[in-house]
Every structure is written in structure tokens, then in C-alpha cells.
Ligand binder design. Structure first.
Ligand SMILES: *[C@@H]1O[C@H](CO)[C@@H](O)[C@H](O)[C@H]1NC(C)=O
Ligand SMILES: *[C@@H]1O[C@H](CO)[C@@H](O)[C@H](O)[C@H]1NC(C)=O
Ligand SMILES: *[C@@H]1O[C@H](CO)[C@@H](O)[C@H](O)[C@H]1NC(C)=O
Ligand SMILES: *[C@@H]1O[C@H](CO)[C@@H](O)[C@H](O)[C@H]1NC(C)=O
Ligand SMILES: *[C@@H]1O[C@H](CO)[C@@H](O)[C@H](O)[C@H]1NC(C)=O
Length: 423
């Protein structure tokens, strides 16, 4: 018999030492760490890790959730961390519904050029298509998992919102493939997309009927908005992606609705408010002053709520769908895939999302189709509906627009728990 005990002890000690916290005092409560990864020459992604504040013996007892923001070009470190799910808001007030109390959270400013992420040369280093974004994120994870090896054993879940919902599936697929090739060790479990821009044309075609049925336009508005949407459809079918993006459908909607708030059609937004996409007007000032100084990022390019260059460089990709990638995740990986949709959102309206899901083909689709759609009741209150089967889950969420976490944290907590076991 081999003398196994010393080796086991050594392994235990090694495992234990791997779980030591590599942390600094960051912004707000709890242990944090942050830094840059040069994902390509001259292209730097910024990450900000919040170790869970849950009362656990080791942070590795809880999963790691990666949060990806939309835009493209809106920062996860700003909108995600301080407006939605981080431990405090920009006034320093604790957030009851924060995710860090349940799990480790990794905010990533993606694509490069977003938030604290930057490119050394304005020309040539920005991402111009979704696969580039995905590969940059995989390289970030590659370096991250080497630098924080304890997370190699921790279940990972990717949560995303809006354009993040277009980046997340391809990121998840490429991360899974890299893991299969043995390039990195990780325990990726699920990918979840909130009000995702996964099928831009389906979202666009839903605007006119959605607004008509909500009573926000009448048949005149319907006709004009549907007319622009039809033109966008023609351009998308012809592969004229940039021209599709150039159509001013949002202006036509604004004219006919008196400026309805695209991200939550029922939100009370004052006509003079510059509030948009969950961002306080003071967010940028707070990020540039308080956060930049505290994290000692003072020599970095200036943080902005949405870097327009990032958006423009991706212009030719914005109207391309990513439904085929979602289907590949379902067919080629063991990952759980989820979509949730706040029903008051116009930008990625629920009817458009339901349409692409209905059309999407995957092997186990019949299990989803035949699954029972269940009411989602929390503490006796109806918060929406859920339907799960064939590896896919869909959640319809009441009283929420584009940002479900912000508008209906109770429902979001249910979704979080469904995938991660915590929330
Ligand atoms: C943390 O958990 C331990 C063990 O379960 C318990 O004894 C302790 O009271 C908890 N602390 C807090 C602050 O809840
Ligand atoms: C941000 O900085 C300003 C000016 O120094 C300060 O008054 C404010 O309290 C800070 N906010 C937070 C949340 O730390
Ligand atoms: C976006 O950020 C880069 C630095 O990464 C900066 O050079 C560029 O001017 C920014 N774009 C806009 C439109 O401000
Ligand atoms: C901030 O970073 C600079 C280098 O960029 C370093 O010299 C300095 O010691 C850092 N300060 C703190 C408080 O970490
Ligand atoms: C900031 O300073 C660090 C350390 O001095 C350096 O490595 C890095 O390139 C600097 N970043 C920028 C954007 O100048």
C-alpha cells in the first residue's frame, strides 16, 4: 500500500493556501481586488472583484457571478455596480438587494474602451465584432483564473443585461471551448441574459405593436413606427447592418409618444431629467472623482458612462443576431441558459424576445415547449411567470423595464437563486 496520507495533507494545505484572499480595501464594504489584463497587445480590460460578504468559512463556498453591462460601451463598474447590484450606491448608502451578500461578483468593463478599460491606440484595438469581444473576455478569464486560482474550483455563472445579453452567449461558448481544449480550468455553469439584444430585428419589429397595445400610440403612430421597422427589416435581410443602425426609429417613437422612456415605459421621468439607462446624472462625477481616486487609477483614461467610440466601432455588428450562438450553447454544451424579460421595457420588448425564442431551434426544444408555464409568486405576490425545459429557462417579470434588478429586485433574487442556489 502506498503511503498516501502526507500527500493528501500536502494537497489539503495547498488547496487551503489557494483560498487565501488576495484582497485590498476598495470602495464600500468587504474585500475587493481589481486590475487590468492586457487581452491583446494594446488592449486592456478592467475587472473589479467583490468577495462575498456572506457569513461563510471561505469565500470559495459561494459561486462567482460575472456581470456584463450593455451599450455597447456602458460600464459594468458604474451602472452595474453602483446603480444595480453592488453593496452601495453613489451616495454610499447600503443596497438591501445587493448580490455581494450572497456570492462573489466580478464586474468587467467590456468591450475594451468601456469604463476603466482602455486601448493604447484609438485605431485598431477596439472590438469590431462580437467574437472579438468574446475572445477578449476569455483571455481575461484565462489570466484571472491564474491569478486567483481558488476560483478554478468555484461554480461560475454569467449574468448580463441588454447588449451584454448579446456578448454573454458567445463569451460563454468560447470559454467552454477553451476549457474543453484544456487552456484553462473553470467551472462555468450557466449563462443568463436580461432583456437581451439577442435578436435586434425581433426587438425592432415589436415596437409598433407593443406601443399600440399598451395605448402609448394610436394607429397613426403604429403606421409610422412599423414603416421604419419594415425598412430596417429590409436592410437587415440585405445584410446592410450599418444602414439598419442608421434608421432613426427612436426619433420617430419619441415624436409619436411625447418622449416615452424607452427603458421603462411606465417610469415617471421628468421632462428635464437626463436620467437614462439606470444612470444617475451624478454617476460619472462619482466614478471619476471618488472611485478613480480610491482605486488609485488616476493615470488611466477617464471613466465615462458610455464611450461612444466603442459603440461606433461595433456599428456594423449591432444589428446582427446572436440567436444561433444561444442554440449552440443549448446543443453543444452542458450549460444552463436563461433569459429574463422585464415587461415594461421597450428597447428589448418582451414580445420580440418571445418571438426569437419561439423560432430558435435546438435538440431538446420539445421539452421546453411542453413544459408548464408557472406563475412566479413571491411572498404571495404575482411577480411574473417562468417556463423551464430542455436546458432553457424563460422568466417574464412584472413591474420591471430594461433593468430588472433595479425595478424588481425580489423577482431578480428568485432568478439568481434559480441558477446559482443563492440570492
Ligand atoms: C456566522 O456563522 C457562524 C457559524 O454558523 C455563527 O456562529 C455566527 O453567529 C455567524 N455570524 C453572524 C454575524 O451572523
Ligand atoms: C465622493 O466625494 C465627495 C467629494 O470628496 C464627497 O463629498 C462624497 O461624500 C463622496 N461620496 C462617497 C459615497 O464616498
Ligand atoms: C473612448 O475612450 C478612449 C480611451 O479608451 C478615448 O480615447 C476616446 O476618446 C473615448 N471616446 C469618446 C467618444 O469619448
Ligand atoms: C498608486 O499607484 C502608483 C503607481 O501608479 C504607486 O506609486 C502608488 O504607491 C499607489 N498608491 C497607493 C495608495 O496604492
Ligand atoms: C499607469 O501607470 C502604470 C504604472 O506606472 C503604467 O504601467 C500604465 O501603463 C499607466 N497607464 C496609462 C493609461 O497611462
Amino acid at each position: 500500500m502506498q503511503v498516501k496520507t502526507p500527500i493528501c495533507l500536502l494537497q489539503l494545505l495547498l488547496l487551503h493556501s489557494l483560498a487565501w484572499v488576495q484582497a485590498r480595501r476598495g470602495f464600500g464594504p468587504g474585500d475587493q481586488d481589481w486590475g487590468y489584463v492586457e487581452v491583446r497587445e494594446g488592449a486592456h480590460l478592467f475587472y473589479w472583484l467583490y468577495y462575498t460578504t456572506a457569513n461563510v468559512s471561505a469565500y470559495t463556498d459561494r459561486p462567482l457571478v460575472i456581470w456584463l453591462q450593455g451599450g455597447p460601451g456602458i460600464a459594468s463598474t458604474g451602472c452595474g455596480c453602483f446603480e444595480q447590484l453592488g453593496p452601495i450606491d453613489i451616495e454610499g448608502r447600503p443596497r438591501d438587494s445587493n448580490w455581494v451578500q450572497h456570492m462573489n461578483v466580478l464586474f468587467i468593463d467590456s468591450p475594451v474602451g468601456t469604463g476603466f478599460s482602455y486601448v493604447e491606440q484609438p485605431h485598431g484595438h477596439y472590438a469590431m465584432h462580437n467574437n472579438r469581444i468574446a475572445l477578449d473576455l476569455v483571455e481575461l478569464m484565462h489570466q484571472f483564473l491564474l491569478q486567483y486560482p481558488a476560483f478554478q474550483r468555484v461554480p461560475i455563472h454569467i449574468f448580463s443585461e441588454s447588449y451584454g445579453g448579446k456578448m454573454a452567449p458567445e463569451f460563454a461558448l468560447e470559454l467552454h471551448l477553451a476549457e474543453q481544449r484544456g487552456e484553462l480550468v473553470c467551472q462555468l455553469k450557466s449563462v443568463v441574459m436580461g432583456n437581451p439584444w439577442t435578436s435586434p430585428l425581433d426587438s425592432t419589429l415589436s415596437y409598433a405593436p407593443y406601443l399600440l397595445q399598451m395605448g402609448i400610440v394610436d394607429h397613426v403612430g403604429y403606421r409610422d413606427i412599423a414603416g421604419v421597422a419594415a425598412e430596417i427589416a429590409r436592410l437587415v435581410y440585405a445584410g446592410k447592418w450599418l444602414q439598419a443602425l442608421d434608421q432613426s426609429i427612436q426619433e420617430v417613437i419619441e415624436t409619436h409618444t411625447g418622449g416615452v422612456f424607452l427603458y421603462n415605459t411606465q417610469r415617471r421621468v421628468h421632462v428635464n431629467d437626463v436620467y437614462r439607462y439606470g444612470e444617475d446624472p451624478q454617476l460619472r462625477e462619482f466614478m471619476v472623482n471618488n472611485v478613480t481616486r480610491t482605486l488609485n487609477l488616476t493615470n488611466m483614461s477617464e471613466w465615462m458612462a458610455q464611450n461612444a467610440t466603442v459603440f461606433i466601432k461595433l456599428g456594423g455588428d449591432i444589428f446582427k443576431p446572436a440567436v444561433d450562438i444561444v442554440a449552440r450553447l443549448l446543443d453543444e454544451t452542458p450549460l444552463r441558459v436563461g433569459v429574463y424579460s422585464g415587461m415594461l421595457d421597450l428597447l428589448c420588448a418582451t414580445p420580440g424576445t418571445v418571438n426569437w425564442i419561439n423560432r430558435m431551434q435546438w435538440h431538446r426544444k420539445d421539452q421546453y415547449v411542453s413544459a408548464t408555464r408557472r406563475p412566479l409568486r413571491i411572498k404571495g405576490m404575482l411577480e411574473g411567470y417562468e417556463k423551464q425545459g430542455g436546458g432553457f429557462s424563460m422568466f417574464w417579470i412584472y413591474r420591471a423595464g430594461h433593468l430588472v434588478q433595479q425595478d424588481n429586485p425580489a423577482a431578480m433574487s428568485h432568478i439568481l437563486r434559480e441558477f446559482t442556489g443563492f440570492g
